[in-house]
Design a protein around this ligand. Structure first.
Ligand SMILES: [Zn+2]
Length: 237
């Protein structure tokens, strides 16, 4: 459905690929394992390997018209770098960072399972993530943290599927986040299922089993406006 490899296998850390173009410090490749910033998840970082030369990739983003994925190369290392179409290169992910994003992102979906109130926002970070809910009742931080960790420890498979985007008209309740509607116009929508717990449209990368998230901590729950509560999440390990 989608040519990008991070959708086929979120665990692939290295890829031999080819250059499409280098514009300034923005490199487009024929294929990529690097996730582009979007859906509340940061863009990937890592390295571009050309022979014995290693160049830092500092960020990954969609091009302005979203037709391509651009890898942002370290500016200084770009000078004199003669890359042209068809050149063979290797890219390798900063896997520790990406895996933290996968663990964090899956964890936010578990909060959507534990808290049934409307989701008003969310953001995945490497060290700190947050989910926001329009809550009618107060939340007990210690109790929520315990329930979250118990859910993670029990484990559940995470899988994805593509559905025709008409599903969003037929079942609008599938969209949990009020502030962000899934992208339309591609004909298909990517659904992420945490077996028995959560099912919603999502373009992010996830762990294969929620047990992989490991222990988490809720350092704070902050009030944002009258009903809006921001839940902050950290990975313990
Ligand atoms: Zn998601």
């Amino acid at each position: 459905m989608n040519p990008y490899r991070f959708y086929q296998d979120a665990y692939q850390t290295e890829l031999d690929t080819q250059v499409v173009r280098l514009e300034g410090n923005r490199l487009v490749l024929t294929d990529t394992i690097f996730y582009p910033h979007g859906g509340g998840q940061p863009g990937d970082s890592g390295e571009l390997i050309i022979g014995d030369q290693r160049i830092a990739i500092t960020d990954t983003r969609y091009s302005q018209d979203r037709s391509a994925i651009e890898h942002f190369l370290d500016e200084a290392a770009c000078e004199g770098l003669g890359l042209s179409e068809g050149d063979r290169v290797t890219i390798t992910l900063n896997w520790v960072r990406r895996h933290r994003h996968m663990r964090m992102h899956s964890c936010l979906h578990l909060l959507c399972h534990l808290i049934k109130d409307p989701v008003t926002g969310g953001n995945v970070g490497t060290d700190l993530s947050r989910a926001e809910f329009d809550l009618s009742e107060p939340l007990d931080k210690a109790e929520l943290e315990a329930r979250l960790n118990a859910t993670i420890a029990e484990g559940a498979l995470v899988s994805t599927e593509w559905l025709p985007e008409s599903i969003l008209d037929e079942q609008p309740e599938l969209v949990r986040t009020m502030s962000v509607q899934p992208p339309r116009g591609h004909g298909a929508i990517r659904m992420v299922r945490v077996e028995g717990l959560d099912y919603q449209p999502c373009g992010g990368t996830h762990v294969n089993n929620i047990a992989e998230i490991g222990k988490v901590r809720i350092p704070s729950i902050k009030s944002k406006g009258k009903q809006n509560k921001r839940i902050n999440i950290e990975l313990v390990d």
